[in-house]
Design a protein around this ligand. Structure first.
Ligand code: MG
Ligand code: MG
Length: 255
């Protein structure tokens, strides 16, 4: 079931979204060669505490997970796509880092992610990240009243495939609101004109993921959470929480 949000609720979601934006900005700023993934988690946790917000990630345990998620930030490095658990690993020059963060404030949730390179970037990694961001922008542009979920999926998939990248099979965005994961699912590839029609008051987390090697397959790391590409190639992730309104899409996690 899809819960349509009132304009007041969308404002409250924006407040939650801005906590997410601040945490991601702070974690990206802190990320440097020699900094550990656990330190990035701590930076994001500080932003939550200062805002009086809580984490929908910490302790989260979906059906596939062997253990509750132990952190507030997902940090996925190089061939890790999403759901990376922060570890004592210290970032190295040229690492491609994807960070994903959620916050709950006043009963509403925001969810957003971005990717960047620490130190000296490889041109191929910059192109991968730029494509994930461009796919996200295309998906948001299609998130307008009267369109359908398939139009968002098609917009995202078209950008990723045109660049020659893989799209992790079965992963994508989701409705969001009082809970992090609500209906409907928002696939990262699909047919235009199909699926649920978009209405004023829907809120969606739109989140393209791209695999540099062009394959769509992945496997969990031994920790049971971190998803890694099957070919060892690098991956990038970009995500925003977006409200669909009669005035157009509104990015609630805008940085
Ligand atoms: Mg996320
Ligand atoms: Mg999400």
């Amino acid at each position: 079931m899809v819960e349509l949000k009132t304009d007041v609720s969308i404002e409250a979601m924006y407040e939650a979204g801005q906590v997410v934006a601040r945490a991601l900005t702070a974690a990206q700023k802190a990320a440097d060669v020699g900094v550990s993934l656990l330190e990035l988690d701590e930076v994001a946790h500080d932003v939550l505490r200062e805002a009086g917000a809580t984490s929908p990630f910490l302790g989260y345990r979906p059906s596939f997970a062997p253990t509750p998620f132990p952190a507030v930030l997902c940090v996925s490095v190089n061939d890790a796509i999403v759901h990376g658990i922060p570890t004592p690993y210290r970032l190295r020059d040229g690492d491609l880092v994807s960070i994903d963060f959620g916050a709950e404030l006043g009963g509403w949730v925001g969810d957003s992610a971005l990717s960047f390179v620490v130190g000296t970037p490889r041109p191929a990694d910059l192109r991968l990240i730029e494509t994930a961001e461009r796919a996200l922008a295309a998906g948001i542009e299609a998130a307008v009243v009267g369109n359908r979920i398939g139009d968002i999926a098609h917009a995202i998939g078209t950008v990723c495939r045109a660049a020659g990248y893989g799209i992790p099979d079965g992963f994508g965005g989701h409705g969001i609101g009082r809970r992090m994961h609500e209906d409907p699912g928002v696939p990262n590839e699909g047919r235009p004109g199909r699926g649920m029609r978009l209405r004023h008051g829907m809120a969606l987390a739109i989140e393209p993921m791209v695999i540099a090697g062009g394959i769509d397959t992945f496997h969990p790391a031994p920790d049971g959470w971190t998803l890694k590409t099957d070919d060892g190639s690098r991956a990038a992730h970009a995500e925003h929480t977006v409200a669909i309104t009669d005035a157009g899409p509104r990015i609630l996690t805008a940085r």
